[in-house]
Design a protein around this ligand. Sequence first.
Ligand code: CA
Length: 225
Amino acid sequence: MNILVVEDEVELARHVANALVRAGHTAAVIHDGLEAANAIIAKAPDLVVLDLNLPSLDGFSVLQRVRKAGCTVRVIILTAHGEVENRVKGLNAGADDYLAKPFSMDELVARVNVLGRRGGAIAEGDVLKVGDVVMDAPKRKVTRKGEKIELSPREFEVLQILMKEPARVFSRNDICERIWQREHQYDTRTVEIFIMRLRKKLELDDGANLIRTVRGAGYQMAVNE
Ligand code: CA
């Protein structure tokens, strides 16, 4: 994969880039937030490793800018140890995954590879339809009432889980297990954030409750509108 490392700590950035190159990826490094936002939009890398604390533009603003520009690049944010709020804020701003500092290079490479695989691991000919939402999995395209909806890879995965079995109620745990399996300990509240993001993107004009919350049980695609 073509990866951009955005980190102002020069030594750390170099270590990360080297580890990614050793793992068979191409890696470029940028130390500045504003420069990074422009480069991501212009060059569309496959994945971005994004530190949050950056000069000129912080990581959250970089993410917002990039997502606003319609860019669906996969993003892993780097958070300082124990900063739960920043993790939630980062996921809300459109990140696909996070890594708490300090992390091992092995862990970083593993996360990058998982996110990369997920991006491409979708069965051919898999077009799902629930109500007026159509998911063309091979093209990674989602439309509602014919209008294209830009989703990040994680949002896409969560929606795909719900759309594959629309009658079924999925608990947060079910969704977590399907997406993250046993890679590492995940907070099931993360799922809530993705559901929130999906609802926001799917509710085009009528505010219809497309993803239903089943109290005490989980989430379900609303089949009848
Ligand atoms: Ca930093």
